[in-house]
Design a protein around this ligand. Structure first.
Ligand code: HEC
Length: 142
């Protein structure tokens, strides 16, 4: 009986832990991103904060775009770990990028974010302009 109890408890702890890990992703968005990007990701284009809602996923269609999304200052300078940032970015692509995010999107991994963080190009705004131009020229219309 005792061991069954222990098992049950262990199970509860594990599922509790998993729930906390999932909840922490939208919480991190609220803490670290929402101030600029708004709860729904629409940002404030008039103030230079682009809308990500139904748009941000398009960057995944051009070479360098996937890296760019984890190299913008907001993502780069969070106090979050590589793993937390990977989970947060993946959440953003699915929940805010929504229809713009390609159906075959693979979640970011911690190793990937670590690598992108170590190789940030100097001119991020310039990179954004370049990626948008490439998207305009070559992305499949949606
Ligand atoms: C201080 C305001 C601010 C905060 C906080 C912030 N961002 Fe941003 N974000 C911006 C601005 C401004 C841009 C436009 C690109 C640029 O100029 O750097 C941007 C661009 C982006 C982009 C690329 C979208 C595009 O259209 O270029 C992503 C993805 C992004 N941010 C994610 C995040 C995430 C995730 C967080 C939270 C961890 C975050 N940002 C926090 C201001 C912010």
């Amino acid at each position: 009986m005792k061991s069954r109890c222990a098992l049950l408890l262990a199970g509860l702890l594990i599922s509790g832990g998993a729930a906390a890990a999932t909840d922490s992703v939208p919480k991190n968005y609220r803490l670290y991103c929402m101030g600029c990007h708004q709860a729904d990701g629409t940002g404030s284009p008039a103030n230079g904060i682009p809308s990500m809602r139904d748009e941000v996923g398009h960057f995944l269609r051009v070479p360098g775009g996937r890296a760019y999304l984890s190299q913008v200052p907001g993502t780069l300078h969070t106090p979050l770990s590589d793993a937390e940032t990977a989970a947060l970015l993946s959440w953003v692509m699915v929940n805010i990028g929504r229809s713009s995010t390609p159906a075959d999107f693979q979640p970011y991994t911690a190793a990937e974010v670590k690598n992108y963080r170590a190789t940030v190009p100097d001119d991020i705004p310039g990179l954004r302009v370049k990626l948008l131009r490439e998207l305009e020229q070559g992305a499949p219309a949606r």
